[in-house]
Write a protein that binds this ligand. Structure first.
Ligand code: PMP
Length: 304
């Protein structure tokens, strides 16, 4: 069970978490017509009165774009203002995960995105490791990642997560930790809630934005960091069997951060992962506010 933060942002203000409740007839609950974000924040290890948010501008932009894909408006400024108020109210003392959510809030039936009210909320949970930092075993899912012509894949659309949920449960029930989904063209796309990287002969390779992935903010950050560290980066289609012969395979995401893959199906992978480790160390230092050269990726919020 999650440890929820004491206050939620709901109806344009901070209210106690238990009071932030919705009707059983809420439209988005039935049709998956919502979009969410996921951000990490932590108290600055060097100053507990300061909260550090990783790439808040990118997260707000993606959520605002997700709202547009659901044919509604949610200004980035509205998101930033709500996050500020949310953090001031909750005063987190440990690492947390924020879940902002924009959704169709009318009561009643009929799938549609016109003539409908939308609303915006945020809640938060305490979060340490989402997946084991020691590494995960992955199954190639029998479920296929959706295509952009059936669903807007560049947004974090709630309804899309039925596929992630089916794939994750299939993987766990068959003895694995995580699922890797191929796209409709049979190329590797991503995991249930993370992007994927492989390393071959010192080159960092990740499925491109044309491979039906979510355009992950951690993924973009890792690619930028790798280039700054003179690690060659390629965005290209990845075949399933490349995973088995890769020198390193790892997953990236806000919740999962950088998580190594130790086994794929019946193939054990090497535990020697120099590229992943260098990137993970660098990313950890940045998120903890210890890397001045990437301070522009960190939003610092001083608690009143
Ligand atoms: N793919 C999916 C399906 C996800 O849900 C996530 C988590 N947001 C990611 C990839 C990774 O994205 P990010 O690095 O922006 O968290």
């Amino acid at each position: 069970m999650h440890q929820f933060l004491p206050y939620a942002w709901f109806g344009g203000q901070c209210v106690p978490f238990a009071e932030a409740t919705l009707s059983v007839a809420t439209h988005a609950l039935h049709y998956g017509t919502g979009a969410f974000g996921g951000m990490r924040a932590l108290p600055n290890p060097a100053d507990n009165n300061e909260i550090l948010l990783f790439r808040a501008d990118r997260h707000a932009r993606r959520l605002s774009q997700s709202a547009r894909l659901l044919l509604t408006e949610l200004a980035e400024e509205t998101i930033h203002t709500a996050i500020q108020a949310f953090l001031q109210a909750n005063r987190p003392t440990c690492p947390i995960y924020l879940r902002p959510f924009v959704y169709t809030s009318d009561l009643g039936i009929a799938p549609r995105l016109h003539n409908i009210q939308t609303d915006f909320l945020i809640y938060g949970i305490e979060m340490g490791d989402y997946l084991s930092p020691e590494g995960v075993s992955c199954r190639i899912s029998s479920w296929c990642r959706q295509e952009d012509r059936s669903l807007p894949l560049r947004g974090k659309i709630s309804g899309a997560y039925i596929t992630s949920s089916l794939a994750k449960t299939e993987a766990v029930k068959s003895g694995f930790d995580e699922a890797l989904l191929l796209n409709s063209r049979g190329k590797v796309s991503e995991a249930s809630g993370m992007n994927l990287f492989i390393v071959r002969d010192g080159v960092l390779i990740t499925p491109g934005v044309d491979q039906d992935i979510l355009e992950g903010i951690t993924r973009a950050s890792i690619m930028e960091l790798a280039r700054s560290m003179d690690i060659p980066v390629l965005e290209r289609a990845v075949d399933k069997t490349e995973l088995m012969i890769a020198d390193e395979v790892f997953l990236s995401g806000t919740a999962a951060r950088v998580t190594p893959v130790r086994r794929i199906e019946s193939t054990d992978l090497s535990s020697h992962r120099p590229v992943m480790e260098a990137l993970r160390d660098r990313l950890t230092a940045i998120t903890e506010g210890r890397d001045p050269s990437y301070d522009h990726w960190v939003t610092r919020i001083r608690l009143d």
